[in-house]
Design a binder for this molecule. Structure first.
Ligand code: SAM
Ligand code: SF4
Length: 449
């Protein structure tokens, strides 16, 4: 039995975040809201009074992970009945999921459009001990000035827009995140200035399609204009962004990145598939020829630019020949890195209703071959940088070896090297000694240490 929150009572929470950077950012806002209510973060989830699931529904595998963890914690709740389980994020926007998790013993369900209501929903549950289910199907106005609790002090995610209007036929995001709406540039730049003022060195602008930022604003202002403003923010060293849709990549944007000082030479511009037939069925609104032109332009105008991609194998109707066209595009473009996925049926999307679903064994075989090719290209590109001097921002300790430091080049390559912890947060030059598939090793040079 849960009781209403008493004055002075110390309560704790833990958030389980799944999926993309948008969810990471949403979890920072949820933390801020809970901190304002007097809740403290609890590192041991088994001890927390409130557990919040911030979920992802982009692929079946992401949903499975959530269900398995949720099963674990609803079981734990039997021995800790005062523990509250709240369930939100993209999965909570889907009626069939709400039905299922209600039965699993979740106490509170909230959606992607009403995060700001969490304090009210938690209090309501504590007062009534009855399930509270509040999921908005439509988004409201963009809400500014919500509290937020950012985890670290070097690199920050900044939402510049919400939702998506593209309706790629495989994708659930337009259904879970609603229509595209942009934040006002003044609000974004104020946030960036505050971050720079409090010691953040890098911001990453987030949007499902940052290239269409600004549509619907009262004044004429686009993503390139926003980047130019961010480039001038004092104290900031680097500006990153994701994701760019190939259909909306303008010459103005490419030139802006080329001319910026802080605008990093890394563009994540997902190709998804290499066959025009499949791109059309995916509703991506570009051809492989257009994509290759774009790559040519970006490489010509932005020296050293890294181009990365998302690729899906096994989309309905994808034949072996279609897949070979994806491999061919990977050969031609030579992506610096790529996230590769097995197509996953998302009910409610157009592709879920298409015939000719590809069988799982064929999908897995294609993914294996695609990864083999992409990994060999990434390793080759990284080996090509051996001996070069790179300017890197030192982000912290290496995740795989705490005796080493981890830094990133402007074009998003991970660099591992030995050095004192005092270098963390600094921009330094290193010499690359070894290029591997996912990272490079380096040594410090000169008298920086
Ligand atoms: N808005 C971004 C864009 O258009 O590139 C990406 C958003 S989505 C969260 C990230 C990636 O997940 C997509 O680029 C796509 O490759 C992949 N994805 C989305 N739906 C998928 C599905 N049903 N099956 C497999 N991969 C999917
Ligand atoms: Fe999904 Fe396409 Fe929108 Fe990206 S652009 S979120 S893949 S619908």
């Amino acid at each position: 039995m849960v009781e209403p929150h008493k004055i002075g009572e110390k309560l704790t929470y833990q958030i389980l975040t799944y999926g993309c950077q948008m969810n990471v950012r949403d979890s920072e806002i949820i933390s801020g809201l809970l901190a304002n209510m007097g809740y403290e973060e609890q590192s041991s989830i088994e001890q927390a009074d409130l557990i919040i699931f911030n979920t992802c529904s982009v692929r079946h595998s992401a949903e499975n992970k959530v269900y398995s963890k949720l099963g674990q914690y609803t079981k734990l709740k039997k021995s800790r009945p005062h523990m509250i389980i709240a369930f939100g994020g993209c999965m909570a926007q889907l009626p069939e999921v709400i039905k299922k998790v209600k039965k699993m013993g979740v106490d509170i369900i909230f959606g992607t459009h009403n995060l700001h209501e969490i304090p009210y929903l938690v209090e309501k549950f504590r007062e009534t001990n009855k399930k509270v289910i509040q999921v908005w199907q439509e988004h409201g106005e963009v809400i500014e000035s919500l509290p937020s609790h950012r985890k670290e002090g070097l690199s920050a995610f900044v939402n510049i827009m919400y939702g998506c209007n593209n309706f790629c036929s495989y994708c659930i995001v337009p259904y879970t995140r609603g229509r595209e709406r942009s934040r006002h540039p003044r609000d974004i730049i104020t946030e960036v200035e505050k971050l720079a003022g409090s010691g953040f060195k890098e911001v990453t602008f987030l949007g499902q399609n940052v290239n269409s930022y600004g549509k619907g604003l009262s004044e004429s202002f686009d993503f390139a204009d926003l980047l130019m403003m961010a480039d001038k923010v004092e104290g900031l060293e680097r500006v990153r962004f994701m994701t760019s849709h190939p259909k909306d990549m303008s010459d103005k944007l490419i030139d802006t990145i080329a001319n910026g000082n802080k605008l990093c030479e890394h563009i994540h511009v997902p190709l998804q598939a290499g066959s025009n037939k499949i791109l059309r069925k995916m509703n991506r609104s570009y051809t492989k020829e257009h994509y290759l032109d774009l790559v040519g332009k970006m490489r010509e105008r932005i020296p050293g630019v890294a181009i990365t991609s998302d690729l899906i194998v096994g989309f309905p109707g994808e034949t072996e020949d279609d897949f070979l066209e994806t491999l061919d595009m990977v050969q031609k473009v030579r992506f610096d890195a790529a996230f590769t996925f097995l197509y996953s049926i998302r009910s409610g999307t157009k592709a879920a209703l298409m015939g000719e679903q590809v069988d799982q064994a064929a999908k897995k075989n294609r993914l294996l071959r695609l990864n083999q090719l992409q990994y060999s290209i990434a390793a080759e590109l990284n080996r090509g940088l051996e001996g070069s001097i790179q300017k890197v921002l030192v982000e912290g300790l290496s995740k795989t070896n705490e005796d080493k430091l981890m830094a990133r080049t402007r074009n998003n390559r991970i660099v591992i090297f030995s050095g004192p912890k005092s270098l963390i947060g600094k921009l330094i030059s290193v010499r690359i000694t070894k290029g591997k598939t996912f990272s490079m090793f380096a040594e410090t040079i000169g008298d920086q240490v």
